[in-house]
Design a binder for this molecule. Structure first.
Ligand code: ATP
Length: 320
């Protein structure tokens, strides 16, 4: 193996740059050339590649976002798009591809391998932490910290004005961020996409909080919970209370990655190159119980990574 390529795809996540750096520098240590693909699968189909050496990835480990840029590319969902992408990789002499992204990006990588024999390795780069096969995804720790910082600030206002705040955090399909933020932020209640809990339960929580002498409350809602924060606030208002809504949105995706994300990204990036060199393809590199390991790409989306219900129970106990 002489040459590999690396791309970032889907939503950006803090730590993607640390992963790119790790891929490029591990490859350089092993005598491999690296091509960086700009704008994810868009660059793969449009042949937008650039050589990356160890100095090209200097001073990026601390930067949020992705220096390679990212995109959502509909053409990758078509046979023609993937054929073009594979032809470009082969013409450039690329013998292995590292895809940093979420499960959508892994689907694209998997089809490139199945349909065109491109050796691919995935790195879990998404703030949502919703990929099976790794305890944490690159960007998750930083996203939780960013959301928590906002919740702490909102709690100051909630306490000073004796108000109820309903805060929406990211997580379209998974409540990992919401649950961590709820426990760490001392929230009174949390609503997750995985919940069967009815929205009206929030009213009981507010009533019992008031009965216990609480003068302010913070409710966390994952964006994927039906109705979102606006729906939950409407329910509270309808019961005669006054709720304020804060939707944190994209600020949770940016910012300098925390040490935990940089360390995870560095170790997984190194692991991705070592896997390609060893001829281990079609896998995602993840970390489980502190150990770097591999999971077949299909398994990352066929299995669901459940939220940790113990965290929910703990948050409820402590919100007494
Ligand atoms: P995030 O978790 O941040 O949303 P993601 O990788 O899941 O990241 P998606 O938008 O789902 O983000 O996918 C990124 C890109 O991967 C898509 O724009 C598309 O180019 C490609 N992709 C997604 N799903 C498929 C699929 N089923 N087949 C082929 N390519 C796909």
């Amino acid at each position: 193996m002489k040459k590999i390529a690396v791309l970032t795809s889907g939503g950006d996540a803090p730590g993607m740059n640390a992963a790119i750096r790790a891929v490029v520098r591990t490859a350089a240590c092993e005598g491999l050339e690296v091509l960086g693909v700009r704008r994810g699968y868009t660059g793969l189909i449009d042949n937008d590649f650039k050589n990356l050496g160890p100095r090209d990835v200097a001073n990026i480990i601390q930067r949020g976002g992705t220096v390679l840029l990212s995109a959502r590319e509909p053409r990758m969902r078509t046979l023609e798009g993937r054929a073009q992408a594979a032809a470009n990789l082969k013409a450039a002499g690329v013998e292995g591809l590292v895809v940093i992204g979420g499960d959508g990006s892994f689907h694209g990588a998997y089809y490139l391998m199945q349909e065109h024999g491109i050796p691919v390795v995935g790195l879990p780069g998404t703030i949502d932490n919703d990929l099976y096969g790794t305890d944490h995804t690159i960007g998750y720790f930083t996203a939780v910290e960013t959301a928590l910082d906002a919740v702490d600030k909102l709690r100051d206002t909630a306490a000073s004005h004796e108000r109820i705040f309903v805060v929406e955090v990211m997580g379209r399909h998974a409540g990992h961020i919401a649950l961590d933020v709820a426990l760490a932020g001392g929230a009174e209640e949390v609503f997750l996409p995985e919940d069967t809990k009815h929205i009206s339960e929030v009213v009981e929580v507010i009533r019992s909080s008031a009965a216990k002498g609480k003068t302010s409350s913070v409710i966390i809602v994952a964006e994927g919970y039906p109705g979102g924060a606006l729906g939950v606030a409407k329910e509270i208002d309808a019961a005669g209370f006054d709720a304020r809504v804060s939707i944190l949105g994209h600020i949770q995706r940016g910012g300098s990655p925390m040490s935990s994300d940089r360390i995870l990204a560095s170790r997984l990036g190194e692991g991705a190159v070592r896997a390609l060199i060893a001829g281990e393809y079609g896998v995602m590199i993840g970390r489980h119980n502190g150990k770097i390991g591999q999971t077949p790409l299909e398994e990352t989306w066929l299995h669901r990574k459940d939220v940790n219900r113990d965290l929910y129970n703990c948050a409820k106990t402590l919100s007494i």
